[in-house]
Design a protein around this ligand. Structure first.
Ligand code: MEV
Length: 433
């Protein structure tokens, strides 16, 4: 459906909120009323069935990132985030990548790993051999409880055995069950399967099964994005595109060699990733856990992305990380705004969603690194920050622009100053009456 759409919505940020909603309504078609979904949002009765001891709803801003071209298809990207500048930065980055042909992506099949910890194994070598011999039987057994996923063409595809010979609690056999969970994130399916086959694993190994739970290091379920930003698109007033690329590459290498920088660099990646993961009702803690474990996979924590100059002299950017997200089940089904977010994206599989998300991560990361390698990020952040401070000080909608201008002019974006300005404006208003 989105194939006929163009995500380059010029000056989208300048349109009124209602106009933006109208654009989204046209984008998703007449199937559901965008305004009704967004105003209705999650109802407290739904929240009550989602978590225990519910007392209300906690809301966050939902915005739309524009300009995304991924595998030659246009996407508008819903993002849920409290931080200013993120959505604008993603949209701007997508525009620059678009000049190099947009993002390209790939992804692994959606394979989750379930772990069974086996302790007190009397004969390690024998246990491993026996488990290996009955692998097919254990896979078939696990598939007995994989009903709906099997129907959709997924199911358990393999079983692997790992051994930790010498740990503080004795030798440990770890059985990994690999399950293709298709369009589901798959946590429930894989957890059910490992719990179901654990008694057989105990019997066959002669040991005692202990933990039975998925691994969030979903490294069989990675998504990758890459793209080019032409040097010509990176020119600034005082630097040519090649100098900007050099500065970006230097920043990239900093994150590759230094975990202190890598953590912040990857936080920039996750600004984009989490925002889409949240918008679509997926588990962002799971994605975070997987991303950071993957970033440390070689023993030292490093960056998830790299930026280099390619042979043509342009900037080549690449990112890869595990991304376990779904388009069915869990909050994706219950949360009306998550449903709308999936409609806006127009994705038809969990893999496609993961590929869009990883491209957004790369865009976000590029925007941050480009800003840091150029003028720094504070300049761009200042106006939004000043707006938030003005609002926190109790400024009315009419007062905000004046207060923001004053805070920036005085280079004093602080709550005390904003509060004083609000007081001053209120007093002037009262004097007028
Ligand atoms: C802020 O939310 C994210 C950045 O710190 C990321 C980075 O340093 O690359 C700007």
């Amino acid at each position: 459906m989105n194939d006929t759409h163009n995500s380059q919505l010029s000056k989208f940020y300048k349109r009124s909120l209602q106009e933006r909603r109208d654009v989204i309504q046209t984008w998703v078609g007449s199937g559901r009323s965008v305004g009704e979904v967004l105003d209705g949002n999650l109802r407290v009765e739904q929240a009550d069935s989602m978590v225990e001891n519910a007392v209300g709803i906690y809301s966050l801003p939902l915005g739309i990132a524009t300009n995304f071209l991924i595998n030659q298809r246009d996407y508008l990207v819903p993002m849920v985030i409290e931080e200013p500048s993120v959505i604008a930065a993603a949209s701007h980055a997508a525009k620059l990548f678009r000049e190099g042909g947009g993002f390209h992506t790939s992804s692994d099949a959606p394979v989750m790993i379930g772990q069974i910890q086996v302790l007190d194994v009397p004969d390690l070598i024998g246990a491993v051999q026996r488990l290996d011999t009955v692998k097919a039987m254990l896979i078939a057994k696990a598939n007995e409880v994989s009903g709906s996923i099997l129907k959709r063409g997924g199911g358990v595809i393999d079983l692997e055995i790992r051994v930790f010979e010498d740990t503080e609690v004795g030798p440990m056999v770890i059985v990994h069950l690999l399950m293709d969970t298709r369009d589901a994130m798959g946590a429930n399916a894989i957890n059910t399967a490992v719990e179901y086959i654990a008694p057989d694993v105990a019997e066959i190994s002669g040991g005692r099964t202990h933990l039975r739970i998925l691994s969030n290091l979903t490294d069989r379920r990675k998504a990758k994005a890459w793209g080019i930003v032409p040097a010509s698109a990176l020119e600034t007033e005082n630097k040519d595109g090649y100098a900007v690329i050099k500065a970006i590459v230097e920043a990239s290498v900093f994150a590759e060699v230094d975990p202190y920088r890598a953590a912040t660099h990857n936080k920039g990646v996750m600004n984009g990733i989490d925002a889409v993961v949240m918008a679509t009702g997926n588990d962002w803690r799971a994605v975070e856990a997987g991303a950071h474990a993957f970033a440390a996979r070689r023993g030292a924590y490093t960056s998830l992305s790299t930026f280099r100059q390619n042979e043509a002299g342009d900037l080549y950017a690449e990112i890869e990380l595990p991304l376990a997200v779904g388009i069915v089940g869990g909050a994706t089904r219950v949360h009306p705004v998550a449903q709308l977010a999936l409609d806006i994206l127009g994705v038809t599989s969990a893999q496609e969603l993961a590929e869009v998300i990883v491209a957004v991560g790369l865009a976000q990361n590029f925007a941050a690194v480009k800003a840091l390698a150029g003028e720094g990020i504070q300049k761009g952040h200042m106006r939004m920050h000043a707006r938030q401070i003005a609002m926190a000080a109790g400024a009315t909608v009419e007062m905000v622009p004046l207060i923001v201008d004053t805070l920036i002019r005085e280079n004093n974006i602080r709550l005390e100053r904003a509060t004083a300005l609000v007081k001053q404006l209120n007093e002037t208003e009262q004097d007028k009456r």
